[in-house]
Design a protein around this ligand. Sequence first.
Ligand code: SF4
Ligand code: SF4
Length: 249
Amino acid sequence: MGRRLTFDIFRYNPSVPGSTPRIQTFQLEETPGMNLFVALTRLREEQDPSLKFDFVCRMALCGSCGMLINGRPRLACKTFTRDLPAQINLFPLPVFKLLGDLSVDTGTWFRNLALKTGAWLHTSRAFEHDAREERMDNETALRIYEAERCIECGCCLAACAKVHLQKEFIGAAGINRLVRFMLDPRDERGVAQYFEVLGSENGIYGCMGLMGCEDNCPKDLPLQLQLAYIRRRLAATGVSRSQTRQGKG
Ligand code: SF4
Ligand code: SF4
């Protein structure tokens, strides 16, 4: 027989007048291979149909099911109850707008980030539908692919103290997004243009470097590497500019 699990779950629906935040306790028998998607679905089907949470793909690809699981930002579909104690506390991810219970709106945050950072290829070349594909060297393609693996779940942002303190800070997810375009030889923006977004307290200078982001990224993105890449690129630009001013380069 499986363990008897106790779930303390944050309940609050801001769109319902009179709703107040509270913790609701549920009990559930653990079954083999149970993840939190299965557990929450059973709680909703068997105990309380009003429980709100988000899932789409159930395989750590859609980024919908980020939540605080015993205090840490995690994907619920990727978290197995066997790896947790019998007491499980579930809260919505902070930072994002609460829709209800464990459901938050990450979409608006990431859309604003995309607009703020210009997260698309900036090129003066006209689109030619019958043009041949152009080769990219494997190393660059792999580094872009690595940055593209971000599923916009928001776990790194929920784990970042700076995002909590400073709403406009673009966080590791934003910096990773910009690295993706800086690496892309088709993007015609120069470092000066990237610097407009990155070169402030809301960009790379806002980062305190304690790596809560990388420690909590469920896709194991090398966020530390991306932050270091940006710092190196900006520092190198600073050096070459000052050398140019002094007539050395
Ligand atoms: S290193 Fe720290 S401050 Fe910088 S983005 Fe990651 S969690 Fe935030
Ligand atoms: S960098 Fe990782 S934790 Fe952050 S949004 Fe992307 S996948 Fe999620």
